[in-house]
Design a protein around this ligand. Sequence first.
Ligand code: HEC
Ligand code: HEC
Ligand code: HEC
Ligand code: HEC
Ligand code: HEC
Length: 480
Amino acid sequence: MRKGVQLFFGVLTSNAISLFGATLVTIAALFIVFFMLLSYLGHVNSPYLGILVFLILPTFFVIGLVLVPAGALWRRRQRRIHGDTDPELAAGFYPVLDFNRAKTRQMFTVVGILTLVNLFTVSLISYQGVVYSESPTFCGQVCHTVMEPEYTAYLNSPHSHVACVDCHIGPGASWFVKAKLSGLRQVIAVARKSYSTPIETPVHNLRPSEETCEECHWPKKFSGDSLRVHKHYLDDESNTPSYTVLLMHLGGGRSASKGIHSWHISEEKDTYYLASDEKRQKIDVVRVQEKGGALTEYRMSDTTLTGADIAAGEFRRMDCIDCHNRPTHIYKPPATLIDYAITDGSISKEIPFIRMKAVEEFTAAGNEFAPWTQVDEKIRAYYAENNPEVLETMKDKLDASLVTLERLYRQSVFPEMKVKWDTYPDNIGHTNSIGCFRCHDDSHASSDGKVISQDCNVCHTVLAWEEEAPEILNQLEVPQ
Ligand code: HEC
Ligand code: HEC
Ligand code: HEC
Ligand code: HEC
Ligand code: HEC
């Protein structure tokens, strides 16, 4: 063994290339260990560290590994060219492995052990590299500017602890490969700055929700009716609360119960649709295919598509994502964000007209992608002019409210990516974008005159609508 090590060092130092390779391997390995330790100890937490540790340093490591034998072979060739008559060189370019010679065996043991160690190291780093490339930190932070809107919205959503890959890739080898190829295209797009601003939606090759959402959510689960209390505030001096109370007919379960999930995710039928715009907001044709065979086709009354367009059209099978297209990249309109903040007290309800002024200036600045300071200045100027007392008696409350408003502004306006709260349509309701009413508009009709209903009680019962003190909340003893 000792002999083998000596021989091995002899080869390493016999030529500049091998020596350089060995140095490269050593330095790269030391740096990898050093940075891994630093990150495990929590001293550095940069998304770029992963690229260094799992991509750049391993590349040098492997190049170094290749250079060691390459250098030895080069040196062998040089010796032959320069007329070295060592009988070992007579066989040709490659050395002869004669295991009857002690020298070969000793050398082989050392090279064998080192190769095993290196294989182990390289596979460990590759595995860690794959884990890293699947982490939300990698997906959301490495191409920081590009992913900023999606990542910020994600961090503030109910799915902030679900990895990006659980929805965007899902389990299985073929999607893994597809995702890595698409990831490579994206990295190239970022490097060439050829990505679109904003990033386009919908994601056309998103995996069907059966294999992503339904890994966690169980569509057969019965949820029945679900009460939703929406607390808004009026644009008056005292920011008066106003309630909308809905009983959502969610349904679900195996029974033939009525309700949103009961109808839409039942196993008895599949719904397909043809949209005539990129964002799938204008739905011209809907087909409901019963498992028994019956097919009903609904067409939008003023569709511009011809029979030939429809015959050639690519229908999409409706799944969870056609309603829940914003389960995690959720951008709420300014009024909703401000209402939430007044409810949780982080914007003070005591400041006169704060709801009206905040919504107005937030919306105006956001629509121009103006910097936050504009909102701050305009709101302060408004009070200076109309109600200077606020600036004196409520200075702390106003300052704190503006800190909250700034946070909300930065979470919904992204000038670099040209993304704001209404860039991406939300399909779940019908108030912020057309949503359910893309089909449920009483105008999509079948040949026998059936329409997709807009009856206000099909999806929910509206128990109160913008009321200041709804009776129903008293009856249900909901604290207000
Ligand atoms: C709970 C599931 C889920 C998670 C987790 C998730 N996404 Fe998404 N993502 C979606 C859905 C659904 C869409 C919209 C698909 C559509 O409309 O076709 C989307 C769309 C996108 C888009 C396209 C632009 C847009 O906003 O529509 C980007 C970019 C994106 N996601 C990046 C990410 C990144 C980065 C992460 C992790 C930090 C992540 N996603 C985590 C479900 C998810
Ligand atoms: C890895 C598991 C996981 C995956 C995958 C997943 N979810 Fe969820 N989802 C959750 C958990 C956990 C919650 C509950 C979070 C909470 O209550 O804070 C949740 C909550 C929800 C909610 C209720 C949100 C709310 O405002 O209370 C909806 C709707 C939802 N998910 C839809 C989806 C859709 C659509 C997909 C696929 C694009 C999906 N989920 C993928 C785990 C998952
Ligand atoms: C036709 C549209 C539609 C489809 C398709 C759909 N949902 Fe929903 N889902 C809704 C609506 C509407 C709500 C209620 C939202 C609200 O009240 O804010 C909801 C609520 C939910 C909730 C929250 C339940 C609760 O008790 O609060 C989850 C989780 C959910 N859906 C998961 C799914 C999954 C998983 C799929 C696919 C198998 C799916 N949905 C398909 C429209 C749909
Ligand atoms: C792609 C078109 C399409 C979209 C989008 C759509 N639906 Fe539907 N929905 C249908 C069709 C078609 C029917 C069956 C109509 C019929 O036979 O009366 C239906 C039926 C329903 C029913 C059952 C009606 C009943 O009479 O029992 C409910 C509830 C429902 N949808 C809720 C929703 C909700 C909530 C949304 C939005 C989150 C939504 N739908 C979005 C196509 C759509
Ligand atoms: C196809 C299903 C469907 C139909 C039909 C429907 N809605 Fe809705 N509606 C929804 C959904 C889904 C939401 C969102 C619930 C949520 O965000 O919790 C909603 C939300 C609302 C809200 C609450 C808005 C807010 O933010 O406070 C009101 C008010 C409302 N609907 C009124 C109506 C009226 C009036 C009609 C009849 C013209 C109607 N809806 C028809 C599905 C429907």
